[in-house]
Design a protein around this ligand. Sequence first.
Ligand SMILES: [Cu+2]
Length: 153
Amino acid sequence: MLLILLIFVPRAWAHAELQNASPAPGASIKGSPATIELTFNEAVQNPQIMLINVTGTRQLSIEVRSASSPVVRAPLATQLEAGVYQVVWIVDSADAHAISGSYQFEVIAVDSGLGVAPWMVVALIGAGFVLALAIWVWQQRTRFVKLLTKGSV
Ligand SMILES: [Cu+2]
């Protein structure tokens, strides 16, 4: 029975299928992508892409200018801040049926270069230790002087 279904139900009815996406589904990328690019197995029309900031509440509707083509390219007008984004897309297959899908990717903040270097941590701990030792030595010295001058601490 299953075999008969497999034979008589044509695969996907010639609907378009998403083959490739950039940023890739599940990808973590440093900094904002310049474009969202979806590649289908056949030419698609009337593409619509919506970008939802999952970690925030911002919703971006991206304008897509595209003739019938297997590649839908959507340039981003604004830089995406760090966060998880959901790409929701709707396109018309060659047979005029609409198909849709969604996936997520993550934008990681670009390293500002102002981070604390490991040698700085070591230097700070070292400086703190030297200071503590200096204070201790100073305290012992005053106690010792008191002992000498007054005969008691
Ligand atoms: Cu169809």
